[in-house]
Design a protein around this ligand. Structure first.
Ligand code: MV4
Length: 453
């Protein structure tokens, strides 16, 4: 097992990783930018190294500075968390060049899954259901139009280097095809330096259901059931839950088997997520694979009673997967608490947290790096905490979430807490009646302010 791990991240996920390391008796090294010098990950790690100014480009995204910190402190491994360098194949390769274990998949696997069209082909070959569409990259408008005519409109033009909703165009009819196709190509070129696009039939009113997997790099893969990304806004997830209200034991087994086939076909190592679109008839189709630990991993931990970060560390250290019999029990929900104003289009609300009280009680978990007088920098993402509840049933979990949200006090900045309170009372959400477009038809009900903020 490793003696010392460097955490190449900040915020709640850095704390999350440090916690598991310390439970495993592993020493930790934090890295931080100058604006994070008072952050809790710096305080809770055994050692900390400053890696640059606030800009991510000059700090958390600098492989050279992170490797220098790793060499100075003599770590065995680097945990990248999510975001930043977590899905950067080059960084994974640089780590292995410096004899530091990257806790995650190989550079080849990261590259393969990052190239969405190739990832889809790989999954298709492994027998994972995919959405009908082009066989890989489409080179010209004429070729694209012919494919669209064959599969039928509406179609989706997707950037192969994109993902998470970036570089995607919906085309309703042939008259709009050329504009959408060329628009997607130039957006992809501008955004990712790669104009490649591919085409798929549109899955209407899809739901986003993903399977958590873990591979040991020797062809053994297990799954931890599904999560549903219930409520999202402009591809930003706000509420996730496990299990999905539309997945029963039979569908779980089918999707789990498909995810395992896909991951085994690439000898997957580490934790990963296979994302599916699920249509109204509960057909499921591969969408993307994430090669990192995800923000919403705690809901899976709560219903499977596993520590996914511990699993990541153990497979990275070369241990075989021990837990072969994972089952889901109960229901977990996560609400993302962002420093954003839900009454003002979720506009960012950085600043000083003047009061902070987090909820507790049975079945309540808060993963956060915030504290009283913490200054939320405007520099990074707006996530300041995750409120996770777990109960026997979905209904009880929603009621517990309501209660926990009522106890959550954050003053000095606006947060998404009022949004979540309204969602927990929303009849459609409560009935499990939603899809990925739910928020298109939702506006916040204005509420009386208890007090001026
Ligand atoms: C789709 C789709 C419908 N049909 N593909 C959005 C994120 C990117 N990973 C893929 N996305 C979608 N792909 C086909 N063939 C609808 C979406 C989509 C979506 C998916 C998951 C969660 C939220 C979404 C919001 C809008 C569109």
């Amino acid at each position: 097992m490793f003696d010392k791990i460097l955490i190449a991240n900040r915020g709640e996920i850095a704390l999350r990783i440090i916690r598991t390391c310390h439970e495993m008796g592993i020493n930790t090294v934090a890295v931080y930018s100058t604006i994070d010098r008072d952050a809790l990950h710096v305080r809770f790690a055994d050692e900390a190294v400053c890696i640059g100014p606030p800009s991510s480009q000059e700090s958390y995204l600098r492989p050279d500075r992170i490797i220098a910190a790793a060499e100075v402190t003599g770590v065995d491994a680097i945990h990248p968390g999510y975001g930043f360098l977590s899905e950067n194949a080059e960084f994974s390769a640089i780590c292995s060049d410096h004899d530091v274990k990257f806790i995650g998949p190989s550079p080849n696997t990261i590259d393969l899954m990052g190239e969405k069209s190739l990832a889809k082909k790989t999954m298709d070959k492994a027998g994972v259901p995919t959405v009908p569409g082009s066989d890989g990259i489409v080179e010209s408008v004429e070729e694209g139009k012919a494919i669209a005519d064959e599969i039928g409109y509406p179609v989706m033009v997707k950037a192969s280097a994109g993902g998470g909703g970036r570089g995607m165009r919906l085309v309703e009819d042939p008259a709009n095809f050329q504009r959408a196709f060329e628009g997607a190509q130039s957006e992809a070129e501008a955004g990712f330096g790669n104009p490649d696009v591919y085409i798929e039939k549109v899955v209407v009113k899809p739901r986003h259901v993903e399977i958590q997997i873990l591979g040991d790099g020797d062809g053994n893969v297990i799954h931890f059931g599904e999560r549903e990304c219930s409520i999202q806004r402009r591809h930003q997830k706000l509420i996730e839950e496990a299990p999905s209200p539309i997945v029963d034991e039979e569908l779980r087994e089918e999707m789990g088997e498909a995810a395992i086939r896909g991951a085994e076909s690439v000898n997957y190592e580490g934790a990963g997520t296979i994302e599916f679109l699920v249509d109204a008839d509960r057909n499921f189709y591969f969408m993307e694979m994430n090669t990192r630990i995800q923000v919403e991993h705690p809901i899976t931990e709560e219903v499977t009673d596993c520590d996914l970060v511990e699993h990541q560390i153990r497979v990275a250290a070369g241990e075989p997967i021990s837990d072969q019999n994972i089952t889901m029990d109960g229901h977990a929900i996560e609400c993302r608490i962002n420093a954003e104003d839900p009454f003002k289009n979720f506009s960012p609300s950085p600043g000083t947290v003047t009061a902070f009280h987090q909820p507790g009680g049975q079945g309540v978990r808060v993963d956060t790096h915030a504290y009283v007088n913490y200054v939320i920098p405007p520099t990074y993402d707006s996530l300041i905490g995750k409120l996770i509840v777990r109960a026997k049933t979905r209904e009880q979990a929603m009621d517990k979430m309501k209660r926990a949200l009522d106890e959550f006090i954050v003053e000095g900045v606006r947060t998404t807490i009022p949004f979540h309170q309204q969602m927990m009372h929303n009849a459609d959400f409560r009935a499990g009646n939603f899809d990925t477009r739910f928020l298109d038809n939702f506006t916040m009900r204005p509420v009386e302010e208890k007090e001026a903020a």
